[in-house]
Design a binder for this molecule. Structure first.
Ligand SMILES: *Cc1c(COP(=O)(O)O)cnc(C)c1O
Length: 244
């Protein structure tokens, strides 16, 4: 465990350095870029370590795993981020645990979040996931659906839309990933003027271990990193949970 501690500490330091460099080379203030460490590869014990290192923004891609870790880590000041698909029947249990839901992908889910937020007296922050590459295996709104969603956003009074989220298309690295991220930023810029009061599109959640520097160059405000922190722990044999 102590050697994992050293490796994770080292990796986290290295990532912070790379974030700072990427922001500075893009002419951005590094404090505009915030990091979510995605803990889906590791047990709650290892996830605790991150919090001890001062990394309180943690993410999970599966609601059940988020419930489990949030329960094991109740004593710690974690801000939980859901970064994967949320089914409507899991909203009630997930909503009170989350600081930010990055992966809202349907109007029906927005309606369900609004209902539960009223019931629980919460004001949740969410991002709209956008399938910029049109990959049929990915969740998210199609870019052409977004204007319609934004135009009806005043009906969500409790739920606060705070921005957009995307993933680069499978196989897109380097310039190709950068183009996917640029597309999300352009969509945001096109939509900004029609956002109703109570909502905003300030946040852009984009960039993972393999492409976060490209995402920062294109304006990411949240990056979501797992494997670059946990390296060998992401080996499938060690994985507690995998993306479908
Ligand atoms: C797993 C996951 C990440 C982190 O990916 P890495 O490549 O391990 O950094 C980010 N976002 C989402 C939605 C994920 O499911």
């Amino acid at each position: 465990m102590s050697s994992w501690r050293e490796r994770i500490t080292e990796n986290l330091t290295r990532i912070h350095h790379r974030i700072q460099q990427a922001a500075l080379s893009a002419g951005r203030d590094p404090s505009e870029v915030r990091l979510v460490v995605v803990t889906k590869y590791v047990t709650p014990d290892l996830a605790r370590l991150l919090v001890e290192l001062g990394q309180v923004d943690l993410g999970e891609s599966r609601p059940q795993e988020l419930w489990k870790k949030a329960d094991c880590m109740r004593d710690l000041p974690v801000r939980w981020h859901l970064v994967g698909h949320l089914q409507r029947n899991k909203v009630r249990r997930t909503l009170p645990l989350c600081h930010l839901i990055h992966s809202v992908d349907t109007v029906r889910l927005l309606d369900e979040l609004e209902n539960e937020a009223q019931r629980l007296d919460l004001h949740p922050q969410v991002l709209l996931e956008v399938n910029v590459s049109g990959d049929p295996n990915k969740h998210g709104f199609a870019p052409h659906e977004l204007p319609g969603v934004i135009d009806q956003a005043s009906r969500w009074q409790r739920v606060h839309i705070a921005g957009l989220m995307t993933m680069a298309a499978l196989g897109h690295v380097g310039q190709a990933a950068a183009a996917d991220f640029a597309r999300l930023r352009q969509l945001r810029d096109e939509l900004k003027a029609r956002v109703p009061v109570g909502h905003s599109l300030q946040e852009l959640s984009m960039g993972m271990s393999g492409d976060f520097e490209e995402a920062i160059a294109e304006g990411a405000t949240w990056i979501r990193i797992g494997s670059a922190i946990f390296d060998a722990l992401c080996d499938p044999a060690n994985q507690v949970n995998r993306e479908a």
